[in-house]
Design a protein around this ligand. Structure first.
Ligand code: CP3
Length: 344
């Protein structure tokens, strides 16, 4: 018997009895209990109260039978101690009230000490870690420099990334200064999470696929690479983005033990392109979970088939679970991943 949880073995590309699975945003709005907690507390209160964040992190664990927990927090939290005024509004998502608009303002962004400045996240991690008692591992996470820069500069979510790309093109030195500052905060944040009990890390560069390969290489890669190189080598790191067909090899070069991909690319083909000295995570379209159980099963089977049972596949969605997803469909998916991968 091997005591190491199956998720961590898969991260090391060791063979496992079945394919481990977890879902991005598994601790969130598709869960009834989460929605009911949200009627009593704001999103930031949930994040900043370790007992509540612990409760939310654990909500999906028994219910869904997933192979990893992810700490309930947000990629935007480290921006607050850097001096950013962050709000989560109803309907609109995150709003940043004071995006930096000059080199002087970028220069004024503060350096953080994550252990103190984000102590509530570390406390939640320690509490969750204790309650999981080694059954399944806990994933810590952060945004990657580019995705954080995009929220910071746009003042919230965006479709076109105009302010972000404009800064890159118009004032590359200011861009690189901003990316350096964000990278330092991320490095502090992720290392503190590992000290608190995180056993794996995911770096979300959700919107990196919006860049041309050349721009990724010049404006993003060196910073993401610096982040990955500053992480503890013993802890597996997942490097996730969407729309990555054009930058797959560059993301590999930037770092991570496992690359997270979305459904716009065939998982088997992506893996073949990358080579098998890296793991792969993905890649069911979250919308598939709105369909009937037979469709969910056949889509799970397609992905497992594409992964060919190779060690190092972690099953996940290609992006976060949609708020309108029926809970029983997620249970169907997890059960199908376990059963169909065991049978292979
Ligand atoms: O995966 C998990 O369940 C753990 C918790 C988690 C949240 N956000 C909680 C959350 C994680 C891993 C994130 C990551 C995150 N946050 C990303 C990267 C993943 C991705 O979706 O691309 C990004 C870009 C953010 C920023 C963010 N936070 C946005 C754009 C929004 C609003 C819109 C949305 O997608 O929900 C949030 C709010 C947020 N973060 C919620 C949750 C549960 C919803 C808050 C609510 O209850 O209203």
């Amino acid at each position: 018997m091997n005591d190491t949880p199956i998720f961590l073995r898969a991260c090391k590309r060791e063979p496992t009895e079945y394919t481990p699975v977890w879902l991005m945003r598994q601790a969130g709005r598709f869960l009834k209990e989460y929605r009911s907690l949200r009627r009593q507390h704001s999103f930031l209160t949930l994040c900043k109260t370790p007992e509540l964040a612990t409760q939310v992190t654990l909500l999906p664990i028994e219910k869904l039978n997933v192979d990893a927990a992810i700490i309930f927090a947000d990629i935007l939290l480290p921006l607050e101690p850097m001096g950013i005024d962050l709000e989560f509004t109803k309907g609109e998502g995150p709003v940043i009230h004071n995006p930096p608009r000059s080199r002087a303002e970028v220069g004024k962004l503060k350096t953080i000490e994550a252990e103190e400045d984000l102590a509530f996240v570390m406390e939640a991690i320690t509490l969750v870690y204790r309650q999981l008692t080694g059954r399944i591992p806990l994933i810590g996470f952060s945004g990657a420099p580019f995705t954080l820069a995009s929220y910071l500069l746009e003042g919230g979510s965006t479709k076109d990334f105009i302010k972000t790309k404009s800064l890159m093109y118009e004032d590359p030195s200011c861009w690189h200064l901003l990316m350096e500052k964000l990278s330092e905060a991320i490095i502090s944040y992720l290392n503190a999470q590992v000290r608190a009990g995180a056993e794996a890390l995911q770096v979300f560069d959700s919107w990196a696929g919006t860049l041309s390969p050349k721009d990724y290489e010049e404006f993003v890669l060196p910073h993401s690479q610096r982040v990955f190189r500053a992480l503890p080598t013993k802890i597996p790191a997942i490097h996730f983005a969407t729309g990555t067909s054009g930058i797959l090899d560059l993301m590999h070069e930037a770092g991570g033990d496992i690359l997270g991909i979305d459904w716009r690319i065939d998982l088997g083909k992506a893996w073949q392109r990358l080579g098998y000295n890296i793991g792969i995570q993905g890649n069911l379209d979250p919308t598939a979970l709105l369909g009937p159980p037979e469709r969910i099963e056949s889509k799970v089977e397609e992905i497992l088939h594409s992964a060919e049972g190779r060690p190092g596949h972690i099953f996940n969605l290609g992006h976060g679970v949609l708020p309108q997803t029926p809970e029983e469909n997620v249970i169907t998916m997890v059960e199908a991943v376990h059963r169909l991968s065991r049978d292979r």
